[in-house]
Design a protein around this ligand. Structure first.
Ligand code: EPU
Length: 706
């Protein structure tokens, strides 16, 4: 029924004049002359059917069967022809084919409103179930705990299973995998062990064991102790000390409620007293637009029982999208009911769904992939990615340990150091390994080891001209922020030696104190000497290399050398020699050799500062985002394209200066990149100029993003 008329196979069959029938029609046909045990109801019929099949097999009762799913043990076929005239089959009510069956015994696991695509009113669904019961030649089994079943089957003298009734039983204990039941009423055994968990599965087991007895089979107590389970029912895809990942077919609000309730109990039970219980993270793919629209509020209430929710787009199962049935609308409903619950949804972005879930999961979590569509594929992909990530984690741990062993105690080395706070834009993830070497020898040791391991190394200056990707930087990030790199050494001849870690602002201040003029233009650049050399930073008409005489650098293989300015290839926002090598320090020569008046220098700095405050934004930014095209101004072009104030997420084109993207709070790197992309397209359209980013995209390249 879920295969639409436009499916190529159906079209091909019709074109050849083959009969096209639905599952229910074929099943009714092949079971017509057999004693049919119909397992039906709203939630849990596949599991109940599977339990019944397992119980009959254990009792060596050779009934045939047709399961509406797959056993988790792939060696067990979901159907068998049988030899004793009985057949157990799961009967589906969703498409109306239920009307074709006349069972010998009917098991109704429970009743609930569902399938609004086929039944216009709950009453129509109830009539379908009642008619099946009326056509049943033998007993009808219903749940003691389902009021709707009592009402719908009134007058048909059904037998009941549950904590009381003809076939009564309850949970008597639990082992790691199994539930122990004590049985009463018409059960011939007084106990059973079953390899399932959760109250709903206790009810399913009682239904299955009651049906087995009514068929004349006599399953032993341990018949279900190694029940293999049904594929996609709390199937554990991964479990270690840190994380449990499972998949479940639940696709109705009642099922999700029951599932989360059962998972919550399992999590609490395995948590030692006094410790924090792990979170339940639910990744949900709504199934059918009609069902999502009909039960949106109920879905939202059920999902709100989780600690965190990640949504995939609704799985149509043959339906076209319809208003009210999309994941965006479900997301809205969840937020309304539970404003504090983290809910993640990115339309039409499965990779984003998985990466959001990687970022959103932490030690101790139980992650459940829930739904009846193709979310299982995402679950498997996610687990594979997670295993790869774990492997990478182990490799980074190993590298960090190795580096720790070759540097002095003064050098700081960390794993997963967050970089957003170390940049002026304040976005992005962490450095896999982060180092603040305390001296040249340690820097050398780090660079040499890392290069030998073929791991990338990137330098981080004051973080004023960089964008850190949200996933972080898969590299060893080195910052020369240790005090030993902040040298300012004036020489008697008026030149000054500066360390790569010295802030430009401090360079200016110390220069004033020493009576050195010519560095004023650097005052407003929020960087350090190393970064300014690397980018040939500039402002107010001055350039870093205007004042450079020599640069001392370390190559990627750890050699130290000194290059004169004339030996270096420097142009606008670029120094070729420093794209690979690391600047250690520089010998600077102020433009004016004669000591100038303190007050004159201070006034110049104040003028620059005022100009900057008037023309550049104060919010967090990465400075100018694009290079100025030759003979033109990126700021003016963006402004003329009408983009001031343009916003994506927390990233906004500054209303003060259009070549700045400011973080209005909570921006992600993805927001900034998306805005960069939009600006480029719009400026290209409006002026024909292609802007090139000036800001560095850390550990990545712009060409991959634009
Ligand atoms: N303009 C507009 N609209 C805007 C911004 C600017 O029309 O929104 C116009 C201005 O009126 C002016 C022209 O564009 O006529 C140039 O603007 P501005 O003087 O602000 O200089 P800029 O070229 O945009 C450059 C550097 C800045 C540096 C300033 C001041 C680049 C990409 N930018 O900006 O550097 O601070 O000069 O010297 O070279 C940086 O590199 O991160 C940076 C901030």
């Amino acid at each position: 029924s879920a295969i639409g008329a436009s499916h190529p196979m159906i079209r091909a069959a019709r074109a050849r004049g083959f009969p096209v029938v639905r599952r229910g029609e074929v099943l009714a046909e092949v079971t017509r002359d057999l004693r049919l045990v119909a397992v039906c109801g709203s939630h849990g019929k596949t599991t109940t059917t599977a339990l019944l099949i397992a119980a009959l097999r254990a009792a060596e009762f050779p009934a045939g069967y047709v399961l509406g799913g797959l056993f988790a043990d792939e060696t067990l076929a979901p159907a068998w022809v049988g030899t004793n005239g009985w057949v157990v089959a799961e009967i589906d009510e969703s498409d109306g084919t239920i009307a074709r069956f006349s069972p010998a015994l009917t098991v109704v696991v429970n009743l609930d409103w569902d399938h609004p695509d086929h039944y216009r009113h709950p009453r129509d669904l109830e009539v379908a179930f009642r008619s099946l019961a009326e056509r049943t030649r033998g007993p009808v089994l219903i749940s003691e705990h389902c009021d709707d079943s009592f009402r719908v089957f009134e007058g048909l003298a059904p037998l009941r299973f549950g904590s009381s009734g003809e076939f009564s039983g309850e949970r008597a204990g639990e082992t790691a995998d199994c539930t122990l039941l004590s049985l009463g009423g018409r059960f011939r055994k007084c106990a059973a062990t079953v390899r399932v968990k959760g109250d709903f599965n206790v009810a399913n087991t009682l239904a299955a064991l009651a049906a087995a007895e009514l068929m004349g089979a006599n399953p032993v107590e341990g018949a279900l102790a190694d029940f293999p389970g049904v594929w996609r029912r709390q199937s554990v895809l991964w479990a270690d000390d840190a994380l449990t990942v499972l998949e479940d077919y639940a696709h109705h609000p009642a099922e999700i409620r029951a599932l989360i309730g059962s998972l919550r109990r399992q999590v609490q039970e395995r948590t030692p007293a006094g410790a924090d219980a792990g979170r339940i993270v639910v990744a949900f793919q709504p199934h059918r637009f009609s069902r999502t629209a009909q039960f949106k509020a109920e879905f939202a209430t059920a999902l709100a029982l989780a600690d965190s929710v990640h949504l995939l787009d609704t799985y149509g199962a043959g339906e076209s999208p319809m208003p009210g049935g999309t994941s965006a609308e479900l997301e809205g409903a969840v937020r309304q009911i539970a404003p504090l619950l983290p809910v993640h949804y990115r339309p039409d972005d499965r990779a984003g769904f998985r990466s959001g879930l990687h970022r959103g999961s932490r030690r101790g979590d139980l992650i459940a992939f829930v739904g009846a569509g193709d979310i299982g594929e995402e679950a498997r992909l996610w687990v594979e990615e997670m295993q790869r990530l774990l492997e990478q984690e182990r490799r980074w741990d190993g590298l960090a340990r190795m580096l720790q062993a070759v540097v002095s105690a003064e050098t700081m080395l960390t794993r997963e150091e967050s970089l957003a706070e170390k940049t002026t834009m304040r976005v992005g993830g962490a450095a896999r390994v982060y180092a603040e070497p305390a001296n040249i020898e340690d820097l050398q040791a780090i660079v040499r080891h890392v290069v030998k391991e073929a791991v990338p190394v990137v330098m981080l200056g004051r973080g004023s001209n960089v964008l850190i990707p949200d996933k972080g930087v898969d590299a060893v990030v080195i910052s020369l922020s240790h005090a030993s790199w902040q040298i300012f050494e004036p020489r008697p001849d008026g030149r000054v030696w500066v360390g790569a870690g010295l802030r430009l602002k401090n360079l200016c201040g110390l220069a004033i104190k020493s009576g050195l003029a010519g560095f004023e233009f650097l005052e407003g650049i929020p960087g350090n000497v190393g970064g300014a050399l690397r980018m040939n930073a500039g402002a107010m008409g001055g350039w870093m290399f205007d004042v450079v005489e020599e640069v001392r650098l370390m190559t990627r293989t750890g050699e130290i050398c000194t290059l004169r300015k004339s030996e270096m290839h420097v142009d606008y926002r670029h120094c070729a020699e420093l794209t690979e090598a690391v600047a250690l320090g520089a010998l600077l020569k102020p433009s004016r050799a004669s000591p100038a008046d303190d007050q004159v220098i201070k006034r110049q700095i104040d003028t620059y500062r005022d100009k900057r405050h008037q023309t550049q934004p104060r919010e967090p930014s990465a400075g100018c985002i694009f290079k100025n095209p030759p003979g033109n101004s990126a700021g003016r072009l963006i402004d003329q394209a009408g983009l001031k104030g343009e916003r994506i997420g927390g990233a906004e084109v500054s209303t003060v200066h259009a070549n700045f993207i400011v973080n209005r709070g909570g921006a992600s790197c993805a927001d900034v990149i998306a805005l960069v992309r939009r600006i480029r397209v719009r400026v290209q359209e409006s002026s024909g100029v292609t802007l090139e980013p000036e800001v560095l995209l850390y550990g990545s390249e712009w060409v991959r993003e634009l």
